[in-house]
Design a protein. Structure first.
Length: 297
């Protein structure tokens, strides 16, 4: 017996929808495994191509499930990491776009919390209180949203509107150091150390605070997360014009085994690449000894 056409159409729609949801869930699981495997990859070319394609696949999944917090989180973390590792050094303009995309995905998660969503015009205490309303499971979303947002601002320091939000990012990272300081190898300390060590004193820079955060970060990750040394050199060492310390940090990265932290092999491979690029700029970043001697005469 033939089914009436409307019943056939309805069943086809129903089953295609079911299969689509099953496919989305399956792909989501694959994405989790994929990011974990990529973190262990040391070949930067393979990693870059894989992450770029994975991110577009992830966005395709989000088109069908746009409010899924897990996929939004992967997109936040993925675009922030991709911009830092593979785009920022070559094209700051492109990196800005990716950091902004990562931030927006992250804020979409955080704005599901009505108390946090209503923090457009509040005091620092009220903002921190809103962060307190998140559960522990949501702390990673706070961290990666702040990381992508802060990285976006660092590339837009001439934009007053962007810089005006910097205090929010600092509070978000301070919240993580208070609640979950060891998350992502001490990443919140790493971020706050970079902020304090990258800005002039009149804009909130403080070399002592920067040093304390980096030292705490190294204590947490036991010096195995090599990106810590790169940004310690790039911010604190440059701010204090300590060329020897700068070289020491970058040498530590250069000579460290790529397998020192297997679960972050990719991050450490990127750190090694960044250390070499940074070492090439040593003459730009530090006053020449000859110039110092002339000034002192």
């Amino acid at each position: 017996m033939k089914l009436p056409i409307f019943i056939f159409t309805t069943l086809s729609f129903f089953f295609s929808g079911c299969f689509q949801q099953i496919a989305i869930k399956s792909l989501g699981g694959i994405m989790d495994s994929g990011f974990e495997v990529l973190n262990e990859e040391q070949d930067l070319n393979i990693a870059e191509m894989s992450i770029a394609s994975d991110l577009k696949l992830l966005e395709a999944i989000l088109k069908n499930d746009p409010d899924n917090e897990h996929y939004l989180f992967l997109a936040t973390m993925g675009y922030a990491s991709y911009a830092l590792g593979f785009v920022e050094d070559e094209s700051p303009e492109r990196a800005r776009l990716f950091y902004l995309r990562a931030r927006d995905y992250g804020l979409k998660i955080l704005h599901k919390n009505n108390k946090f969503k209503a923090t457009q015009n509040v005091s620092e205490k009220e903002y921190y209180d809103a962060l307190e309303s998140f559960s522990k499971d949501e702390y990673p979303a706070i961290f990666w949203t702040a990381a992508s947002w802060g990285s976006y601002i660092s590339l837009n320091l001439t934009d007053p509107d962007a810089v005006a939000d910097l205090w929010k990012i600092e509070l978000m990272m301070k919240f993580i150091t208070d609640k979950e300081p060891a998350y992502f190898f001490g990443g919140a300390h790493f971020f706050l150390g970079t902020l304090a060590g990258s800005r002039p004193q009149m804009l909130g820079g403080n070399s002592e605070i920067s040093k304390n955060h980096f030292e705490e970060c190294l204590k947490i990750n036991e010096g195995k997360f090599l990106m810590t040394y790169v940004y310690y050199a790039r911010s604190y060492a440059v701010q204090t014009q300590n060329k020897e310390l700068f070289k020491q940090f970058l040498s530590t990265v250069d000579t460290a085994s790529i397998d020192i932290l297997p679960q972050a092999r990719l991050s450490n491979a990127i750190a090694k690449k960044k250390a070499k690029l940074l070492m090439e700029k040593v003459d730009e970043l530090f006053e020449s000894e000859t110039g110092d001697q002339i000034e002192n005469q």
